[in-house]
Design a protein around this ligand. Structure first.
Ligand code: ADP
Ligand code: MG
Length: 250
């Protein structure tokens, strides 16, 4: 990382869910910054608010208080076009969310035409180049159901990249994959990071977190408990909560 250039500024955000007559504070005063080209890895126990946090960054989840600024534009300002801003923030989920009735190529072409207003020819070229990049050019004409989980996740990543997002969010992108395809998808994510993509990654892959992460955000109970360089965090966790978590997972 060279000059510090914040692309995401999260300031004291909170979010409470109300369900079945009960309230749960999923995010409790989260603040952080993600600089351009940086990889923020978010880890923490199940239910700590990791997914909710990522989802607030592309407005899939609203916040009750605090503010989020993406590349200079406030997500929460009334005049902000949230749909527009969302197209700048790519998101890859555990379950790939591909269009099942469309070919691989069309999965990547369609959003380009709808969201970016690209011509068929241009969108096709971008899609082909991206399939090359994610390592599955030979699968362009298949349908999602004919692909392995790892291959489907590559399509989902290519589809997100086709929007030229300013940041990519990955929420347990490898958690639903067969063990033998996990490594390949992690490698692809590492490659994107090496090319300078700004990323926020929720993962249970601690080797990846240490190797590719620029910073670890450790969450528990809707709060940031530790936010530190990977080696510092893994070699010398400060909080009892992080120590316990690492003992259980490593
Ligand atoms: P994590 O991704 O770290 O496992 P989540 O962000 O999914 O955690 O969830 C944080 C907390 O918020 C959990 O207690 C979860 O049950 C609750 N929660 C998440 N989404 C909803 C929702 N749509 N409605 C009610 N509660 C929710
Ligand atoms: Mg989650």
């Amino acid at each position: 990382m060279s000059a510090v250039d914040p692309i995401v500024i999260v300031d004291n955000i909170s979010k409470t869910f109300h369900a079945g007559g009960r309230s749960h504070r999923a995010l409790d005063g989260i603040s952080t910054t993600i600089n351009r080209g940086e990889v923020l890895v978010v880890i923490g126990p199940s239910g700590s608010g990791k997914s909710t946090f990522l989802r607030t960054l592309n407005a899939l989840e609203t916040i009750d208080s605090g503010s989020i600024i993406i590349d200079g534009v406030s997500l929460t300002a009334k005049k902000t076009n949230v749909d527009q801003l969302r197209t700048e923030v790519g998101m890859v989920f555990q379950h790939f969310n591909l269009f099942q009735h469309k070919s691989v190529l069309d999965n990547i072409i369609l959003p380009q035409k709808v969201v970016r207003r690209r011509s068929e020819a241009e969108a096709t070229k971008v899609a082909q180049d991206l399939l090359e990049k994610v390592g599955i050019p030979q699968l362009a004409d298949r349908y999602p159901s004919q692909l392995s989980g790892g291959q489907q996740q590559r399509v989902a990543i290519a589809r997100s990249l086709a929007m030229n997002p300013k940041i990519m969010l990955f929420d347990e992108a490898t958690s639903a994959l067969d063990p033998e395809t996990v490594e390949g998808v992690l490698e692809l994510m590492g490659q994107l990071a090496a090319e300078g993509m700004t990323m926020a990654v929720v993962t249970h892959e601690m080797q990846f977190a240490r190797k590719v992460g620029d910073r670890i955000l450790f969450m528990d109970n809707g709060k940031v408990v530790e936010e530190r360089k990977p080696n510092d965090f893994f070699d010398n966790p400060q909080s009892d909560r992080a120590k316990l978590f690492l003992e259980q997972i490593l």
